[in-house]
Design a protein around this ligand. Structure first.
Ligand code: NDP
Ligand code: 8X3
Length: 251
């Protein structure tokens, strides 16, 4: 295999799916991950004419399954060059005193522990090769706390801290670590946050032009195509209508 190999978590939707399309068109072989097998198969069928695709279906909350799936990669597919830790969601938007433990567990288990499990499973090969690039998708919610964001914000602050910690600990292994922190991106994110309530989800983006998943994919491509001596460490990207986590201009 002459192309670099990128593993993308959360490739079944939104930012991960857009990134898969862009990297497939830009000289990457891809390992696409997510729980929804039907979506993985559909995306794989779409991209197979452009590049080599391998799919892995697992829940990042399950450490054993994560390890098994990544260990199951055949031959050269094990030589992952780029890991894109993108899988994640917000679950609920409630004041802390009304928060659901199930939502808290989901956000901390997926956004934080899942990211750690995948990273730990992929790192040995990067360390052995003395090269690699990890992209962690954080959020503006990992830079600023907003009302009712509490545990989601905490999970993304953790992603920010882990990104910095990884960059320090992996420095001697020549592994690049990049944090990308988007503001509002119109994907299935709000639909998941509001548990399938499309009306509530649509309201989030009413009266403004949000980012598109493709805008974040562009930044990921930019980060992974810098020369060997350059690491994009930390990027915050917002829609023009958004000035901070809470200051948004709506028409
Ligand atoms: P989507 O809901 O469109 O995509 C989320 C992806 O995560 C899906 O592919 C889903 O796949 C995957 N995922 C969720 N839970 C799990 C799990 N337990 N195991 C494995 N995969 C899982 O949202 P986005 O594309 O917007 O979100 C991608 C990332 O971007 C997230 O980390 C999110 O926090 C972050 N982000 C999003 C912003 C936004 O406004 N949209 C802004 C800032 C950051 P499946 O269900 O098939 O497993
Ligand atoms: C998603 C963006 O502003 O809803 O991380 O937290 S926000």
């Amino acid at each position: 295999m002459s192309k670099r190999i990128a593993l993308i978590t959360g490739a079944t939707s939104g930012i991960g799916e857009a990134t898969a399309r862009l990297l497939a068109a830009n000289d990457f072989d891809l390992i696409l991950c997510g729980r929804r097998k039907d979506r993985l198969q559909k995306l794989s069928a779409e991209l197979e004419s452009r590049t080599r695709i391998h799919t892995l279906s697992f829940d990042v909350r399950d450490q054993n399954e994560t390890n098994q799936q990544i260990a199951s990669l055949p031959g050269e597919w094990k030589n992952i060059d780029v890991l894109i830790n993108n899988a994640g969601n917000a679950h609920g938007l409630d004041p802390i005193q009304q928060g659901s433990v199930e939502d808290w567990d989901a956000m901390l288990d997926i956004n934080v522990k899942g990211l750690l499990y995948v990273t730990q499973a992929v790192l040995p090969v990067m360390i052995a090769h003395n090269r690699g690039h990890i992209i962690n998708i954080g959020s503006i919610a990992g830079k600023e706390v907003y009302a009712n964001g509490n545990v989601y914000c905490a999970s993304k602050f953790a992603v920010d801290a882990l990104t910095k910690g990884m960059r320090i600990d992996l420095n001697t292994h020549n592994i690049k670590v990049t944090g990308i922190h988007p503001g509002m991106v119109e994907t299935e994110f709000s639909l998941v946050r509001f548990k399938g309530d499309a009306e509530k989800a649509d309201k989030v983006y009413n009266g403004l032009t949000p980012l598109r998943a493709e805008d974040i994919a562009d930044l990921i491509l930019f980060a992974v195509t810098r020369p060997a001596h350059v690491v994009v460490a930390d990027l915050v990207v917002l829609p023009t209508a958004q000035a901070s986590a809470t200051v948004v201009k709506r028409l």
